[in-house]
Design a protein around this ligand. Structure first.
Ligand code: TYD
Ligand code: MG
Length: 443
């Protein structure tokens, strides 16, 4: 093979180099460059396009079909659009195959479903099916990993839904690289997308995620597919959350909450009630109305502050960025004389959900102060707001949605950023402009 026929592709971010390098210059990953043949460059999917008046496009696009789960439908913007390709990412064992088998069962309302599995044998899936009560003969299980074979079978079966579990196990015979490499994963996704667009066939593609949180390699897949959803939760806890990260047919930040039982996943129609139901009003507990999309959900933020065990105090978090915690501790010290230098500090978002929006800052700060002072936050209060480095409480999005959700679940007061000027009947708004004032108002 001539030297110029090969190139080196970063398996983490897709960066291409003509020479091998120990560290990827693009994403900084070590030992991630792998030799691949230039011929392995994938083809761009060709989509059959038509010229239609604008009002017709809308009808065409929005003949949505239900997944059988109302909460998933609404997170996706109202069900599956014809030809929609959804990447479902999540760590191994979180429940992706379980959810998709249940969706497959319910989707038989629209016709046969082709479930292609490269991870498990047919009998393994049948066994899971028994547990889930899935025995519908219109769910066709197809243990296969060769893309070209899958394509043929899709043409024969003409399914109403296609499931690919998982993209890392599938490969095209046309490429030399191994399954799971960036080239293969990208080629498989491209070609599946092409097939689905041509046939108006909706499809779920499973992407295993690595510990670091990238969809194994395939940050490179996100731009090919229409929708990316992420399956989160703690493996040993029973909550599961599907978050919409990208969606060409709906808004991002939406989520659907499920409960894992011994007969599969069940919808949780009122996640707020679910998440706050286990709250005991002890010091260190604060209710935070979280939203990144249209649906808010009340979460319990917990903090534990206690004398440090070792000379270097510990800072540990679950569901919250540990660097952000250090920042909040520094702000509390500088602006409100709350000292935690000689304390271990633990912060936890109950329920296994991870919160990335900065609106949670004030709730985390108040939970810490509450634990430190050993004084509970009044039971009927919710807290939200972003903290600036000067201790100022900054405005956040969706203030009204958050407050309405709190009201709906019986909360009577809301500690909010000072700029949030609103009146809602039934709930008292407590605007604060900095963290010190927040502490005075609350304790
Ligand atoms: P699975 O769907 O195989 O995960 P993934 O496809 O994301 O790797 O889910 C596996 C886990 O779910 C496994 O630990 C067992 C648990 N589980 C239940 O608790 N109840 C059930 O009914 C099923 C089918 C699985
Ligand atoms: Mg699986």
């Amino acid at each position: 093979m001539a030297k110029r026929d090969v190139r080196f592709v970063c398996q983490s971010c897709g960066y291409v180099s003509v020479r091998w390098k120990g560290r990827c210059p693009s994403c900084g990953e070590w030992n991630s460059l792998v030799e691949e043949r230039v011929a392995d460059t994938p083809t761009v999917p060709k989509t059959k396009v038509e010229v239609l008046p604008i009002d017709r496009w809308e009808e065409e696009d929005y003949r949505r079909k239900s997944t059988g789960f109302a909460n998933l439908d609404s997170a996706l913007g109202g069900g599956l659009v014809p030809g929609q390709v959804i990447l479902i990412a999540g760590e191994p064992g979180i429940g992706k195959s379980t959810l998709l088998l249940q969706v497959s069962d319910r989707f038989t309302a629209h016709g046969r479903v082709l479930y292609v599995s490269g991870e498990e044998s047919g009998s393994q899936i049948a066994m899971r099916g028994r547990r889930l009560g899935v025995s519908n003969p219109d769910v066709l299980i197809y243990p296969q990993t060769v893309l070209e074979e899958i394509q043929k079978t899709v043409e024969e079966v003409d399914p109403s839904l296609l499931v690919i579990d998982s993209v890392q196990t599938m490969y095209s015979e046309k490429l030399e690289s191994s399954p799971g490499s960036v080239s293969q994963v990208r080629e498989v996704t491209f070609r599946i997308t092409e097939i689905c667009k041509e046939r108006g066939l909706p499809c779920f593609i499973v992407g295993q995620i690595t510990k670091e949180g990238t969809i194994a390699g395939p940050k490179v897949l996100e731009h090919i597919v229409d929708t990316v959803i992420q399956f989160e939760g703690e493996r040993y806890n029973f909550y599961r959350v599907v978050k919409v990260i990208k969606n060409r047919f709906g808004s991002v930040g939406e989520m659907a909450v499920f409960k894992m039982s011994d007969t599969g996943l069940e919808e949780v129609p009122e996640p707020s009630a679910f998440f706050v139901s286990e709250r005991v009003n002890s010091p260190g507990s604060v209710i935070f109305p979280h939203t990144e999309g249209s649906k808010p959900v009340l979460l319990e933020v917990q903090a534990l502050v206690l004398p440090a065990l070792y000379t270097t105090p510990q800072r540990r978090t679950q569901g919250f960025d540990v660097n952000r915690l250090s920042l909040i501790l520094a702000i509390l010290e500088k602006e409100a004389n709350i000292f935690t230098r000689d304390s271990d500090v633990f912060v936890n978002v109950a329920g296994g959900l991870s919160v990335k929006e900065p609106a949670v800052d004030l709730a985390v700060a108040m939970a810490i102060v509450s634990s430190k002072k050993e004084k509970p936050v009044p039971e009927d209060v919710v807290v939200f707001g972003e903290l600036g480095l000067g201790g100022e409480v900054r405005a956040v999005h969706f203030g009204d949605l958050r407050i309405k959700e709190a009201l709906k679940f019986g909360f009577r007061r809301a500690l909010v950023p000072g700029k949030l000027n609103m009146e809602v009947e039934g709930i008292e708004i407590l605007p604060v402009s900095n963290v010190k004032e927040a502490i005075e108002v609350l304790f």
